[in-house]
Design a protein around this ligand. Structure first.
Ligand code: MLZ
Length: 265
């Protein structure tokens, strides 16, 4: 049976609190998704952000669009929110006196770009201007505190949004730790990153939310000192799901002779 993840229970279980919605660069009332699969739009090439390209909506989940650059391959799809300032209606570029560019890795000869452009736009369904929503302005202050829970895009699997915890805060940046994945997917980003969402965002926007992984989150510098009740090699399968260490971990007793020794692994 497909059991779903409940923030309410999980927050109790981990005795943690969500980061307040006002800390995020997201609309309080999420925008509506008025795009349809197959529609075309203009987008800044994620691998070359100064150039504006044509993209097609290949899929959608919640208020996120799965985009593919016309003329590129099918292995570099990327995701944008419907209120991202990276996307705009077809014609915007020309109106600004700029030229549409072939994507980085255009699969044809560069000289065939003008003809390709004509053909790709001919008869295409263009996303209407009303589908593009205004991007919320960045917040000036980084208000996040370590331990606060949130929902975050897994940058290694960008179609996934997963339960996460703020691990560290440094100036305008936060360290996003994915619950139950032992650091494998963690990253630093700006506090106003569009990849961070308040707890409940997926449910409100009808985006699927992953469950936390099954691995114990151990701070990297502590992995050699394993408390007796944890198997020395925690695997995703070996620890029953309800078992979770408090996060952040309480300080471990410092044993004589251990301090300063480098882990062997
Ligand atoms: N199939 C992948 C997905 C991991 C997603 C983790 N997200 C924080 C794996 O099991 O490695």
């Amino acid at each position: 049976a497909k059991e779903s993840f409940s923030w309410e229970e999980y927050l109790k279980e981990t005795s943690s609190t969500p980061a307040p919605p006002s800390f995020f660069r997201q609309s309080r009332v999420p925008p509506s998704n008025d795009f349809k699969v197959g529609m075309k739009l203009e987008v800044h090439d994620p691998r070359n952000s100064t150039s504006v390209c044509i993209a097609t909506v290949m899929g959608m989940t919640g208020v996120r669009l799965r985009l593919r650059l016309d003329g590129s391959d099918n292995t570099n799809d990327f995701w944008r929110l419907v209120d991202s300032s990276d996307i705009q209606p077809i014609g915007t570029c020309e109106k600004n006196g700029d030229m549409l560019q072939p994507p980085l890795g255009f699969r044809m000869n560069a000289s065939s770009w003008p003809m390709f452009l004509l053909r790709t736009l001919n008869g295409a369904e263009m996303a209407p201007a009303t589908a593009f929503k205004k991007e919320p302005p960045p917040l000036s202050q980084n208000n996040f505190k370590p331990g606060m829970k949130l929902e975050a895009v897994d940058k290694k699997n960008p179609y996934l949004i997963c339960p996460a915890t703020i691990g560290e805060v440094k100036g305008g940046e936060v360290f996003v730790m994915f619950d139950g994945w032992r650091g494998a997917f963690d990253y630093w980003c700006q506090h106003h990153s569009r990849d961070l969402f308040p707890v409940g965002w997926c449910s409100v926007t009808k985006h699927s939310l992953q469950k936390p992984g099954n691995s114990v989150n151990l701070p990297k510098n502590l992995h050699v000192i394993t408390p007796a009740h944890i198997p020395s090699k925690p695997s995703r399968r070996s620890i029953p799901a309800p078992f979770r260490l408090p996060n952040p971990l309480p300080p471990l007793p410092v044993r004589k002779g251990v301090r300063g020794r480098r882990p062997k692994s």
